[in-house]
Design a binder for this molecule. Structure first.
Ligand SMILES: [Fe+2]
Length: 312
């Protein structure tokens, strides 16, 4: 199944689409797309017509995980797995197909209610990707757009079963550690040679999305993005650091205008899905990735809010 799909696009519901768009262009290095794919704004990071879609709304969170299937056979196999598991599947309407610019598409929800979409391929833009701040661009292609990391609260078992047994991702590694005061217990999942396209972390969080990651082609652009973020008054949530091999990404994390984080990284290792052996990690970083005070406080507030919810 690995290689049959990649993380194709993400739809964010954002309260301030115009400032988000400016942030994506000026800090992340995205290009505004001509084709908005049915949302308020669409952003490009490569030759695809869209990768990040902005929808106006109050959630300031991830609204849709979009999977790009290799071919229609892979899509139909996914549909069969969903139906066998009793998951409601909706085929794209004519309007959906026109909006996303695809010939076929499915929509379904994960056990926590997050909308997933699956399309065959992604439409290509009419023009080459250009970015004034990240001219060398991003690593995408067979690896997909990067990765998304979801908070799963106490639904770990259901979420892992869904994304692995039904959607078809495979376990790369488990993590069992702490970042600041926060216990981090999670699963990193792959669907191609990218180390992880999705991670599920068992932490309480007011948002579904903890962060999404884009991989720049040059290490220099990690530093340049960090510099641009700092100049714009955006301070890192996790400072510059490097994940352990086989991931090996050098990256930093900082908040988007919606409050969830972005991660910009480079130098990510690849895995061979055919021979990869699952590992259990007790560290998330070989060096760096120091959490900011804001990040520690945010985690503590989420933990306390969760305790109150449980007591109520
Ligand atoms: Fe990440």
């Amino acid at each position: 199944m690995s290689g049959a799909m990649s993380l194709g696009y993400l739809v964010f519901e954002v309260s301030r689409p115009d400032s988000w768009r400016a942030f994506a262009v000026n800090i992340l290095g995205c290009q505004v797309a001509d084709h908005v794919a049915g949302e308020t704004w669409a952003l490009r990071i490569d030759e695809a017509a869209y990768r990040l879609l902005l929808r106006k709304g109050k959630a300031d969170d991830l609204a849709v995980l979009g999977w790009a299937m290799r071919d229609e056979k892979a899509l139909r196999e996914l549909e069969v797995r969903l139906e066998t598991a009793g998951v409601a599947v909706e085929s794209f309407s004519v309007d959906d197909l026109a909006a996303r610019h695809v010939a076929v598409g499915l929509r379904f929800r994960d056990p926590r209610g997050l909308v997933n979409e699956a399309v065959v391929g992604l439409p290509l833009a009419d023009t080459a990707f250009t970015s004034t701040v990240t001219p060398h661009g991003f690593c995408t292609g067979e690896f997909g757009l990067g990765h998304a990391v979801l908070a799963v609260g106490r639904d770990t078992a259901a979420m892992e079963a869904f994304y692995m047994d039904v959607v078809g991702l495979r376990l790369t590694e488990r993590i069992d550690t702490k970042i600041g005061p926060i216990k981090v217990d999670g699963a990193f999942l792959h669907c191609n040679r990218r180390h992880h396209s999705l991670a599920l972390i068992a932490v309480p969080s007011r948002k579904r999305l903890l962060h999404f990651m884009l991989q720049v082609k040059r290490l220099r652009d990690v530093g340049m993005t960090l510099r641009r973020a700092r100049l714009a008054g955006i301070s890192p949530s996790l400072d510059l650091g490097q994940h352990p091999d086989p991931d090996g990404t050098v990256s930093f994390y900082a908040p988007t205008p919606s409050g969830f984080d972005f991660e910009i990284g480079a130098g990510s290792g690849v895995i061979d899905p055919a021979t990869h052996r699952t590992e259990i990690k007790t560290i998330t970083s070989d060096w760096g990735h120091q959490p900011s005070l804001r990040m520690k406080l945010r985690g503590a507030v989420d933990l306390i809010a969760d305790k109150f919810r449980r007591a109520a």
